[in-house]
Write a protein that binds this ligand. Structure first.
Ligand code: NAP
Length: 642
């Protein structure tokens, strides 16, 4: 069978190929040429990228160099086409490493190469795929319940199906996608490049935008679900209320409630929680909120029945969601008032709203490994560099401004980007340039849309705290009365309350959220002592603020979980749970690391990363390469297995 990443054979005429090449990433193209021709001298000459930066996919090549590369490419591609598009010969490990280094203009350390090879799947093999575990009778006796059918729950289903383990996914919504089902607010789109923000084992030649909007993302998860036949395993519109461990039978009883109110209990040998961290809306208690006369709703519960045209809209909160909503609705509404407590740092990304042109889509579909190298190109700048940049230099002066020299440079770059867009409006500059270190909260992608909206005459940005709400207005503490017909809460989620509102009762009647309080923890973010055969995906300590993508993390976690299940099934064991010392040690080490990273800076007063004591338990302070290697295979010595 042809390697699926070798591209579909084509007979595209020369003119159309030349046209397509006008669109593509030239460094990525040159690597594809090496595969097509088998000639590494293509990347050993003068034509080479000059540097790497997030979202810069042309390697800063001059127009002349790009034209020269395209002319060369046309020759190589024409020859390849005329030879019938044969599957390229495998490339040696040495040459692959050279190609990686060439593309990103820096040495790619050896320790990353196996991870990257796995991510890129140049051999056409999904190394994270699992084989059926145990024999059919053993597997059949080990039903698993997965809670949630977002990106991680769907992945769990795919892997459990491969493993041959019977499973049921319980999903509170009526369809697949989790956050990409719920967040249908105007302007919702992903801000991790889509050619990386997708399953590693699925093609990525279909995206119509580099940072796709919510409907396309939801359709993607739907199509993957259909392809793998996961739908029939899902109980839709059914919420998991809780789960209770029974020691005698070594089973979990998972309590569910369907949309019609019917309650049920599913009995499982193991539970995989795939509920995410960001789906239970947080709506602040503001005095008088319930007196507001017009429609009022949260960003993740957008009321599409409300026509905003010509109406006065007040939007409370402007983090990642509000930042996308405001520019999208501003042209439509009569007037928009944005209430923002903390200004946001934003990162210039001219491609943020860009469509993927037909040339790029042709290349992704036909040019051998173009899509895989493109994935690597956008993955690498966000792979662990952000973590180093987040590290606090305790000797750096004025920590409120910046936590290290690098952080100060980042601040300067971000500030230039912001100020450069608004010119000489000191009042607005004072409102929109944050007063805490850059990247200290989740940094947003920006192409100018946000400030473009704020500088409109019919949009006001209010940084004065809200005092109360009246039937037709939001009133600030300075007495300002901001009239509104519609109220939008873009106020985020109950992110620090892991697994809220489920009640998970483990060994000896211990309830998980009560045990955690505001300090949730899990060994590797996955398992918890006293909660046998209970596995978390995107659990405590695994949210990524420094780079990567949650899909990458989910793939790591699910491989680990599947291997744990394999150990249970094939070993004939009843239970496994992490040793308390490993769990505590993990949490302590994570806390120590987090304390030295920018997100913990005390000057950041409001952040959904922090609990009420200012501590962070949801984020990962670890390099992707470490997390990947720690989760490759469970070390059974970490567990109490019975
Ligand atoms: P968020 O980032 O937590 O932002 C919530 C906003 O509401 C902030 O402006 C916050 O102010 C404000 N707020 C909260 N409580 C308030 C109160 N009591 N009084 C006044 N203001 C209050 O939530 P989000 O925008 O929904 O985003 C959450 C996360 O979802 C993101 O960080 C991201 O991980 C994900 N997300 C991703 C995308 C994407 O991929 N493009 C888009 C949307 C969301 P403070 O900043 O002062 O706390």
């Amino acid at each position: 069978m042809r390697n699926p990443h070798a591209g579909e054979p084509f007979d595209t005429p020369d003119g159309e190929i030349a046209e397509a090449l006008l669109d593509v990433s030239i460094p990525t193209l040159l690597l594809s040429l090496v595969h097509m021709s088998g000639d590494p001298s293509i990347i050993r000459g003068r034509l080479r990228p000059a540097g790497l930066f997030l979202n810069e996919v042309q390697g800063y090549l001059s127009e002349e160099d790009k034209a020269e590369a395209r002319a060369l490419a046309l020759e190589v591609i024409r020859d390849y086409r005329d030879r019938g598009c044969p599957e390229p010969e495998p490339v040696s490990a040495g040459l692959l490493h050279e190609m990686m280094t060439w593309l990103v203009c820096e040495d790619v350390p050896e320790e990353y190469v196996p991870l990257l090879m796995e991510e890129m799947e140049l051999d056409g093999r999904d190394a994270r795929r699992v084989d059926p575990v145990g024999d059919p009778a053993e597997r059949a006796a080990f039903p698993v319940v997965v809670i949630g059918c977002g990106q991680s729950g769907l992945l769990a289903g795919i892997r459990l199906q491969e493993a041959g383990i019977p499973f049921t996914i319980v999903e509170k919504n009526a369809g697949v996608g989790g956050t990409w089902w719920e967040n249908s607010y105007p302007g919702a789109r992903v801000d991790v490049g889509n050619h990386f923000y997708c399953y590693s084992f699925e093609p990525s030649d279909h995206w119509t935008e580099y940072f796709a909007r919510q409907p396309e993302l939801q359709r993607y998860f739907q199509s993957v679900m259909d392809k793998y036949g996961i739908g029939p395993h899902v109980r839709w519109e059914t919420e998991v209320l809780g789960a209770e461990w029974d020691e005698a039978s070594a089973t979990w009883s998972v309590r569910t409630r369907a949309a019609d109110g019917t309650e049920d209990v599913l009995v499982a040998r193991a539970v995989v929680s795939a509920v995410g961290q960001l789906n239970r809306p947080h709506v602040p208690a503001i005095e008088g909120a319930d007196t507001f006369a017009g429609p009022a709703f949260h960003s993740a519960r957008w009321d599409h029945g409300v026509d905003l045209a010509g109406r006065r809209v007040a939007m409370i909160g402007a983090g990642a969601s509000g930042f996308q909503i405001a520019p999208t609705i501003a042209p439509e509404v009569g007037h928009l008032t944005v209430f923002q407590r903390t200004a946001q740092w934003m990162f210039p990304n001219p491609n943020y709203h860009a469509a993927v042109g037909p040339g790029v889509r042709w290349a992704l579909r036909h040019l051998p490994f173009y899509g895989r190298w493109y994935r690597f190109l956008i993955f690498w700048p966000g792979c662990d560099k952000g973590l180093e940049a987040a590290r606090v230099d305790p000797d750096y002066p004025d920590q409120q401004r910046a936590v290290s020299e690098m952080n100060d440079l980042t601040r300067q770059m971000f500030t230039d980007w912001i100020v450069g867009q608004i010119g000489d409006d000191p009042d607005l500059i004072a409102k929109v340039v944050p007063d805490y270190p850059a990247t200290g909260k989740r940094t947003l992608q920006d192409n100018g849309a946000w400030l473009g909206a704020l500088t409109r005459d019919d949009v006001d940005l209010v940084r004065t705290p809200i005092d109360h709400i009246e039937p037709d207005a939001v009133v600030t503490v300075d007495g300002g009365r901001h009239e509104a017909d519609v109220l939008v809460y873009a106020t985020g989620f109950r992110a620090t309350e892991a697994l809220y509102p489920m009640t998970v009762v483990g060994r000896d009647g211990v309830e998980l959220r009560a045990m955690w309080g505001e300090r949730p923890a899990a060994y590797l973010g996955i398992t918890v002592p006293g909660f046998p055969n209970f596995f978390c995906m995107y659990g405590p300590g695994t949210n990524l603020a420094h780079g990567g993508s949650l899909i990458f993390h989910s793939e790591c976690q699910m491989r680990y979980i599947t291997r744990c299940l394999e150990a249970l099934v094939t070993g004939g064991h009843r239970t496994m749970e992490p040793r308390p010392d490993r769990y505590e040690d993990w949490h302590e080490r994570s806390q120590r690391e987090l304390a030295g990273l920018v997100w913990s800076q005390p000057s950041i007063r409001h952040s959904f990363f922090k609990n009420s004591a200012g501590e962070i338990h949801g984020l990962s302070p670890w390099r992707l390469v470490d997390y990947w290697s720690w989760t490759k295979e469970p070390d059974l010595a970490d567990f109490v297995i019975a």
